[in-house]
Design a protein around this ligand. Structure first.
Ligand SMILES: Cc1cc2nc3c(=O)[nH]c(=O)nc-3n(C[C@H](O)[C@H](O)[C@H](O)COP(=O)(O)OP(=O)(O)OC[C@H]3O[C@@H](n4cnc5c(N)ncnc54)[C@H](O)[C@@H]3O)c2cc1C
Length: 403
């Protein structure tokens, strides 16, 4: 394993770091003002359009997609340090570079499994950053961490499929620019439990699709993802050609989609933790309590040292996972993908908690990015599957060696 960044990665890192300093970080306050004044807070704000145009001009575009025809042509190991940098401003930078979830996963699915027609109609405008997309799997009425429970029906009727069901937490779907949903549902409830599900493309404006409400994270909106929606599908009719891959392939597509998605989240989480540590250190050396900077307190030094150790450990495991995905494939890296999905959000949540504490009440306020970053890290212990399910699956693999 050689984790030294190669020349291409170094070049892109240099460009991206400069872009973060000159464009992204200054835009953070602008975005907050624009959201505050916006008539429709789910609409993409003008500052994002400007960032996207600039990122594209600089060649910092679609870097997440390993396929050189459509994306940056980077390996996971090359993309990892770049995604980490975008994690320092997770509500702006990934979208500015057209590297934001859930679009990234949806683009990967279309690139891997889409027909030429599906690619032309939906992949191309997503790659161009013209539209956004949502992935609709989770349902309020069933335990969705077990994907075989998904109950929405996708039924064949002549040349169409008819969809009935209720989804929630479909990230991005509140955004009026979110034009296409990938919906998971059952085409054959009688089949083997991993062959019952399929995935189908449903344009947002199809009759029978109702966006019922926004889901609020900890009671607040989440503009970063364009808003998480609860959506009802009531006799929604789409052409049979909208099915992705084939009937019964839904579970396999979901698995293929989640490997890269999880590692991208973990890379960005490391960037969040780095930003939190930086803010904690700056605060610790400048804030004086009981006659001396709080940085001189042993307890604060312990947080700082421990944060550095935890970040380095997580980064190394994420880089190892990226390297394995590149060398033995996503299946071969399964255990490591699960390990980073379990460990990285917890690590970042811990570092953020200490950084917040070092900031006193200011740490939970809107005056630093810490509170928003903490929310992002905490929700990633649920999104893409809760910790416990990953632990269960990792433990089963580990135990298999002894059975
Ligand atoms: C911010 C955010 C964004 C999201 N974005 C999307 C999206 O874009 N599209 C989408 O489809 N979904 C999305 N989700 C939903 C997310 O993927 C689900 O919430 C998650 O998979 C868990 O499903 P559930 O909520 O139904 O929990 P349940 O399945 O009801 O599980 C509840 C709890 O039970 C426990 N549990 C479950 N199984 C086990 C087990 N085997 N062992 C021990 N404990 C267990 C866990 O503690 C778990 O948290 C998002 C969620 C959040 C918070």
């Amino acid at each position: 394993m050689d984790f030294a960044y190669d020349a291409k990665t170094e070049e892109l890192r240099g460009k991206l770091l400069a872009f973060m300093d000159s464009h992204v970080h200054p835009a953070e306050a602008v975005l907050e003002r624009q959201l505050h004044d916006a008539a429709d807070p789910w609409q993409r704000q003008p500052v994002l359009d400007e960032l996207k145009a600039e990122a594209r001009r600089q060649g910092l575009w679609n870097l997440f997609l390993p396929d050189a025809e459509h994306g940056g042509g980077l390996t996971n190991l090359q993309y990892a340090p770049l995604a980490e940098i975008t994690g320092r401003s997770p509500h702006l930078a990934p979208e500015a570079l057209n590297c934001a979830a859930p679009d990234t996963g949806n683009m990967e699915v279309l690139a891997m499994f889409g027909t030429d027609e599906q690619k032309k109609q939906w992949l191309q405008p997503l790659l161009d950053g013209e539209i956004r997309s949502a992935f609709c799997m989770t349902e309020p009425d069933v335990a969705s961490s077990d994907a075989t429970n998904i109950a929405t029906r996708i039924e064949r009727d002549g040349d169409d499929y008819v969809i009935n069901g209720r989804k929630w937490w479909s990230s991005g779907a509140m955004n009026p620019n979110c034009a296409i949903f990938i919906v998971m549902g059952k085409t054959d409830p009688g089949a083997d439990r991993h062959r019952q599900q399929s995935q189908i493309l449903v344009p947002r404006d199809t009759p029978g699709v109702t966006i019922e409400r926004e889901m609020r994270v900890f009671g607040y909106g989440d503009h970063a993802h364009g808003g998480h929606a609860e959506i009802v599908f009531d006799d929604v009719r789409v052409p049979a050609t909208n099915l992705i891959a084939g009937e019964g392939e839904g579970f396999a597509i979901a698995q293929a989609r989640l490997g890269p998605g999880r590692i991208h989240h973990c890379m960005r989480l490391i960037g969040m933790a780095e930003r939190a540590l930086e803010l904690m250190c700056r605060r610790a050396v400048s804030r004086v309590a009981f006659g001396k900077p709080i940085a001189t307190q042993g307890v604060v030094q312990e947080w700082i040292a421990e944060a550095r150790v935890r970040i380095e450990q997580a980064r190394l495991l994420v880089l190892k996972t990226a390297w394995l995905m590149d060398t033995v494939g996503n299946k071969g890296a399964h255990t490591e993908i699960q390990a980073i999905k379990i460990g990285t959000p917890l690590m970042t949540e811990w570092v953020l908690d200490k950084a917040i504490q070092a900031h006193g009440a200011g740490g939970v306020s809107q005056d630093t990015p810490l509170a928003e970053l903490w929310v992002a890290a905490r929700t990633l212990r649920l999104a893409d599957g809760p910790d416990e399910v990953h632990r269960m699956s990792l433990a089963k693999r580990e135990l298999k060696k002894y059975l």
